[in-house]
Unconditional design. Sequence first.
Length: 408
Amino acid sequence: MKKLISLLLAALFIAAAIAPLAVADEPVTITFAFWDTNQEPGMRAIADAYTEMHPNVTIETQVTPWDEYWTKLEASAQGGAMPDVFWMHSNQFYKYADAGTMLNLNDLNYDYSPYPSGVTALYNFDGDQLAIPKDYDTIALAYNKEIFDNAGIAYPDDTWTWETLRETAKLLTDPENGVYGFASYNTDQSGYLNLIYQNGGFAFENGENGYNLPETKEAIKFWIELNTVDGVSPSIESFVDVGADDQFMAGRVAMIYVGSWMMSAYTNNDNIKDKFDLCVLPMGKTRASIYNGLGYAGYSNTRNPEVVKDFLAFCGTEQANILQAQNKAAIPAYAGTEHYFTDLFPDINIACYPEMIEYGVQYPFSPNKSLWIGTETEYITSMYAGEISVEEGCDELYEFINECEEDY
């Protein structure tokens, strides 16, 4: 009898798990906005899984390139017609949180223990949780095996330092044949921020910025001079026309720092998918790899708050995290589901990404970062162009960031 009862309970549990649930009495359509076309299959899979359980709900996905995404989102916020659900990045979070445009998720009573605590904390504003953790990422060194083989040079390994990187990049640089050893361009998370923390400096921590520190300046100088002095990188102007990742995939660059979110694009590119591999980042005074995580957020003035909250809750489930992983979207935030992503890349050292989380450094953020991140980019661009020295540029950037933080 006990066995029969157990079987009946199990059958009821399975039926309940697969039966469509009614969160809307009438047909409801919600919009779901994000910026990465490489992750569109994963986001569509999550939306489809949800609507299969909730037949009255239709989810329209909207994918917009990164730069246009934020312009469009700001315009929609000002116009009072934001997407119902949208990706949020730590750079922009406080701007939208402070404006009251994000749905408060406290009443979900959600269990955030499966996620990296640092990612969860990114999207908490004055005690209110305003986004569900989506993923996390670290930065690795990608290299073109064919270029290394043709030059007779051993592949990168975990003994590499900055100097190893520079000297090897010099050996691999062949401008006459359009090949450069490394991609040094104006990028923070996939670039100079890693060196700053490896060198004992910092960009922004505990309400203070570290651009005036000699360790920070030294790291930025090394990164920029790979391009401007050592000549191992394509020109900074070339990256405007053809992005760094595209140049690597085209075989014009032998090595590049790359985030885990690019693995779908790399492994689907016929020109590079069988030619590249990954390694942990070269070491400075210490090891560091910048990590970050995105969040799923909802519009505070959505017409369907309960449906939106329910969909957001689903996005954070183990099932949804597995779906995004299986579609090569990103390393999922839910603990224990990472292997569904890494298992898809048996021919590359994908394991170096989760390995580096052990010494990962949270992507620097501030409540007021949206006020100064554009100027940060402009100063780095001016340093590349030689319009201002790294020393002067960092000092001026230090003062500007302080003014933004004080005046806000």
